[in-house]
Design a binder for this molecule. Sequence first.
Ligand code: BG6
Length: 369
Amino acid sequence: DKGGWPSFMAKEVSEEPEAVANTLRGRIHDGVVSIPELDGLDDLFRGIDRIIVIACGTAAYAGMVGKYALEQWTRLPVDVELAHEFRYRDPVIGPSTLVVSISQSGETMDTLMAVKFAREAGAKTLSICNTQGATIPRESDAIVYTHAGPEVAVASTKAFVAQITALYLLALHVGRLRGAVSASAVEELARELEAVPSKITWILENDRARIEEFAAWMADTRSVLFLGRHVGYPIALEGALKLKEITYIHAEGFAAGELKHGPIALIEPGQPVFVIVPSPRASALLHAKVVSNIQEIRARGARVIAVAEEGDAAVLPFADEVLRIPLAGPLFEPLLAVVPLHIFAMGLAGAKGLDVDQPRNLAKSVTVE
Ligand code: BG6
């Protein structure tokens, strides 16, 4: 049931606020984060010295975002790896390694095989999954379910924000347990997390129609680039993936700092480039570096579409279009910045008359290797 929306994807994007809220439910009490499913596993989390996150596609980008929070709040080293790459080398893992898998369906064969491989190598395994009782959680030592609700459209949207939410909860749970983050910090971060759903709602209510219109206007575009830095980098990758998946337009995401090491050669007059701009309040330095990237590409004729926080005036002179997101702490921006990109991809696919729910050549759940 599409609930009155033209597609499941449109419905699922509209459910992004609930996907976050439902994933938080029952896991934050008066500023204390505790995940009931992880009761009894304190020794497991105290005994690890390293985390490896494995996943495919959009779930892997959620993992890349989660790395920043996991490292900051647990002080454990974190690597993120594509599941299908992980098991075909000789990774250094053992009983003190926690392998966190992320999968909406819980059935992705590449991810499942990597989890089994990790287990056989003696690592601890934790599954972040959106499907109760799926194979991957059944094969894991611990489970943190995302509560995004069933996701029908092939391109993942609401599951992505729910996966980041679950990773943040996990990071706070483990970080607190290991004494790596203070109770007062957790309280403040929990409050930030709880504020995310209404901020996503703000974007959907205030900007959805405008972004869709803008996307329709770009329907003849042949190639779109996405740039981001820090947590904005995986968001750039996700923006590009979503666009290629459902519009078949060539799209690539880059780390903004990498621009001068190659991708800037692609910039020619009229090339549309989305730039995820970090908050100037969080890091004036990072913000200045991204604004200077914008100036560099703008000077070469790029058409700049900035995804920037409310009130960031520094981008205005150089951006052809600004997609606004509400103010949030630096680690919470990805949960907001991705929303305009999901709307954009969907709007553009709609304008091209494509079936956004069933893109060509793709399956919702890939159960072969
Ligand atoms: C792909 C889907 O094949 O699998 C993507 O098209 C998804 O949308 C990826 O991100 C991983 O799927 P899952 O179920 O393991 O999260």
